[in-house]
Design a binder for this molecule. Structure first.
Ligand code: RP5
Length: 162
């Protein structure tokens, strides 16, 4: 991972999202995918979001994973300012258990897509696997690592519950 810049950008609306979004980072780490993690808020740091999204493709990123909770504008706003694929992770909110996050990320009007994953940890892990799958279409070594990751997951499923 040392000889390349980050290929996947993980952004989140608040440091409070890290407990969820660290699952995306750890999954990319396990797959050997170079990535970066930043706090970028659509409403608290709009200029930081603008700069991040506008420069993402030129900096060599291939996809962005964006996690946010509540009125979760971050994935859609990021997607509006870059042609890179944006994967949205709804963070579980205290007030509405993440239904607010899910609906505000998934219900993008036609024209600017956000690939929306499940609420919480499952979404963060799967966003990383999805991003790795995108990269693996043009990276045979990563494709082999992804296949091995999935094979291990299969092998780890016990036949009996105890
Ligand atoms: C959103 O507001 C963040 O993505 C976070 O999920 C939520 C709450 O943020 P904090 O008040 O914990 O910073 O922007």
């Amino acid at each position: 991972m040392a000889d390349t810049g980050p290929l996947i950008g993980i952004i989140m609306g608040s440091r409070s999202d890290w407990e969820t979004m660290r699952n995306a980072a750890e999954t990319l780490e396990a797959l050997g995918v170079a990535h970066e993690c930043k706090v970028v808020s659509a409403h608290r740091t709009p200029d930081r979001l603008y700069d991040y999204a506008k420069s993402a493709a030129d900096r060599g990123l291939k996809a962005i994973i964006a996690g946010a909770g509540g009125a979760a504008h971050l994935p859609g706003m990021a997607a509006s300012m870059t042609r890179l694929p944006v994967l949205g992770v709804p963070v579980e909110s205290k007030a509405l258990s993440g239904m607010d996050s899910l609906l505000s990320i998934v219900q993008m009007p036609a024209g600017i897509p956000v690939g929306t994953l499940a609420i919480g940890r499952a979404g963060a892990v799967n966003a990383a696997l999805f991003a790795a799958a995108i990269l693996a279409t043009t990276d045979d070594a990563l494709a082999a690592r992804l296949d091995a990751w999935r094979a291990k997951q299969t092998a780890d499923v016990a036949e009996t519950p105890e």
